[in-house]
Design a protein around this ligand. Structure first.
Ligand SMILES: Nc1ncnc2c1ncn2[C@@H]1O[C@H](COP(=O)(O)OP(=O)(O)OP(=O)(O)O)[C@@H](O)[C@H]1O
Ligand SMILES: [Mg+2]
Length: 476
């Protein structure tokens, strides 16, 4: 068996992916993909997720826009939160590459890239690893700000009460760490298993047997009977990450387990009883998902008996400095170099930056600064190039007070439906609401100059939800 790390290359130009695989195969096992759907399927087939990915932003069906690449970053991290993602960027693509970093990419390299430099960069990036599990759960979660203190208090109160807990929070804010390193370890279940299943990372057809187990011969490939996660978690914790992605046909089955503990393996009639505590997480607004008919309200109420929200970093004040200090020392010791420090002015910039990609973005910036400025004092200018310019100019892009609003380009079908309704005809309310929704999304995108993250903020939803909504247009 190979001991080389696995590298995923995603580029729609076969010349580039072939050349890169050839050069990098000396140190990596390489898998390649040319587009997002193919990449999703590929990831599901792999036994272990790639440790690193090298991705292009312009992918089909929009090879001249970065959106597919942006969405891919979210999907890769949903699949494997620790994957090191390096973006390959064309010329004049700096802003996009920087934005990719707020989404969770760790570095970007310009095309055409020097294979030697690329190898060195990948080596360096892979040398930084996640912190070892803190022996005390209190040390796993850094932050003393009020929202963090409130979160800790809530988790302590809920820890031993067996009911499900729903963890909400933006991408990169620390939901995984809250579920695994904090909540589970606070409970009396701490010595029982903690099992995590990412509902977005597994093919919908496999979710049911994975959760509930299956009988021998239950489906093609089920050569022996298997226990599912509910069984294997025993009296421990079952963490259902990205619960918003749970397919509609599975939602009633999960609801049943939550209501009375009962479930069946796929292909069996015998009823089994689950004892594990369910903790779910989402970065989607589930209330919006309910309104859109994609998530059952009764399941949401069951899951959210206790719900906590992990604060975004921009609301955590000086915790930005505590986290900086923690990661700076950790990564310097991993890289066996002295830590960098920030000049007083740079420290102020650090405090002023909103970190739209939350702690994950902060951590990635620290990794880059550690590699670039070992033992040095980093200036504001050196720091600013690490930040996402499109986020920093956010406020300037708002329309001046009193400026005329762009007219919402309502779809003519909305008017048609209204007259149909007036003349006692029946209409499809969901379809009409979807048209309204689309009009508002298009208006928000227009107001934000096409910047999806800004548009998402204006609409009060997160970027992943916005991408999902936009994707649904192609399906209707
Ligand atoms: N308060 C914190 N203290 C220490 N480390 C943190 C904290 N919050 C987040 N991290 C670190 O930041 C990184 C991202 O966190 P995590 O993967 O838990 O985010 P997430 O909310 O699950 O994001 P996503 O929605 O993208 O899955 C991880 O390396 C995690 O260890
Ligand atoms: Mg997560």
């Amino acid at each position: 068996m190979s001991t080389k790390p696995l590298l995923l290359i995603v580029d729609d130009d076969p010349l580039i992916s072939d050349a890169l695989s050839y050069t990098l195969s000396s140190e990596f096992d390489v898998v390649t993909s040319h587009a997002r759907p193919h990449c999703q399927a590929l990831l599901r087939q792999l036994r272990h997720p790639p440790q690193a990915a090298l991705i292009d932003l312009g992918l089909p069906p929009q090879p001249h826009r970065p959106d597919e690449g942006f969405a891919l970053i979210g999907e890769l991290l949903a699949h494997a939160p620790d994957m090191k993602i390096v973006v390959l960027s064309g010329q004049n693509d700096d802003d996009n590459a920087r934005h990719a970093r707020t989404l969770g990419a760790i570095e970007f390299v310009e095309k055409p890239c020097d294979p030697g430099k690329l190898l060195a960069l990948l080596r360096r990036t892979l040398a930084f690893s996640a912190p070892a599990t803190a022996s005390n759960p209190q040390d796993a979660l850094i932050g003393e700000s009020l929202p963090m203190q409130r979160l800790r208090l809530q988790l302590t109160q809920y820890a031993n009460l067996g009911f499900p807990v729903l963890i909400e929070g933006e991408s990169g804010s620390g939901k995984d760490i809250v579920a695994n390193h904090y909540l589970h370890r606070l409970t009396a279940r701490r010595d029982a298993p903690f099992l995590a299943l990412n509902c977005a990372a597994i093919s919908p057809a496999l979710l049911e047997p994975t959760l509930f187990g299956h009988a021998r011969g239950a489906f093609t490939g089920a050569t022996s009977a298997r226990a599912g996660y509910f069984e294997e978690a025993g009296e421990g914790t079952l963490f259902l990450d990205e619960i918003g992605e749970l397919p509609p046909d599975l939602q009633p089955k999960l609801l049943r387990v939550l209501e009375n503990g009962e479930y069946q393996r796929v292909g069996e009639t015998q009823t089994r009883v689950a004892k594990a505590r369910v903790v779910a997480a989402t970065n989607r607004d589930l209330r919006q998902e309910i309104k859109a008919g994609r998530f059952r309200a009764d399941l949401y109420h069951r899951l959210s008996v206790f719900s906590v929200s992990v604060p975004p970093l921009r609301e955590m004040g000086r915790d930005r400095l505590l986290l900086l200090d923690h990661f700076r020392k950790l990564y310097a010791s991993q890289a066996k170099c002295p830590p960098f420090s920030l000049s007083p002015e740079a420290e102020q910039c650090w405090l002023d930056y909103a970190f739209p990609g939350n702690v994950r973005e902060l951590r990635n910036i620290v990794i880059r600064l550690t590699a670039r400025y070992p033992g040095e004092v980093v200036s504001p200018d050196q720091l600013r190039i690490e930040f996402d310019a499109s986020e920093a100019v956010d406020r300037d892009n708002l329309l001046p007070q009193g400026a005329p609003l762009p007219k919402i380009q309502g779809d003519p079908r909305i008017d048609t439906a209204l007259s149909h309704l007036q003349s006692n005809g029946e209409i499809d309310l969901d379809a009409i609401l979807a048209l309204w929704e689309r009009s508002y999304i298009e208006a928000a995108l227009a107001l934000s100059g096409g910047n999806v993250s800004q548009a998402a903020r204006r609409l009060g939803i997160n970027r992943t939800t916005l991408y999902n909504r936009m994707e649904s247009w192609h399906r209707t």
